[in-house]
Design a protein around this ligand. Structure first.
Ligand SMILES: [Zn+2]
Length: 122
């Protein structure tokens, strides 16, 4: 896969999770005009993430998925004022995490558990 395919697939996976859990907005991914460093940032309702990544670097798919999920969480929290996504069993905010070669949404409730792979929330 080329770098851009990794990034495109990653943004689509997180967008899928948003749609599956009732977040109606679209997740953007580009470099804002004001960014002299040229970072690709996650964007939601006009709000860009506080950091991003460079298109011209190698991006490992699992780590990138965890990063983009984290950035999406940040901009959704800022724009909608809510924690997203949450655990269906515990109502706690989920954390994107790399574990065993997979990118997972994890919950700290009940001693800690994985809820779903990122991109496969229901
Ligand atoms: Zn839970």
């Amino acid at each position: 896969m080329t770098t851009n395919e990794v990034l495109d697939n990653t943004v689509l996976a997180v967008q899928r999770d948003m749609a599956a859990t009732g977040v109606a907005g679209r997740l953007g991914f580009d470099t804002p005009e004001w960014d002299d460093l040229g970072y690709l940032r996650v964007e939601y309702k006009g709000q860009y993430s506080s950091y991003g990544l460079r298109a011209d670097e190698e991006h490992e798919p699992v780590a990138t998925l965890v990063l983009i999920a984290d950035l999406a969480q940040e901009v959704i929290a800022e724009q909608d004022g809510k924690i997203w996504p949450t655990c269906p069993a515990h109502s706690l905010g989920l954390h994107p995490k790399q574990a065993g070669g997979a990118a997972l949404w994890t919950c700290k409730g009940g001693g800690g558990h994985a809820v779903a792979a990122i991109g496969e929330l229901e």
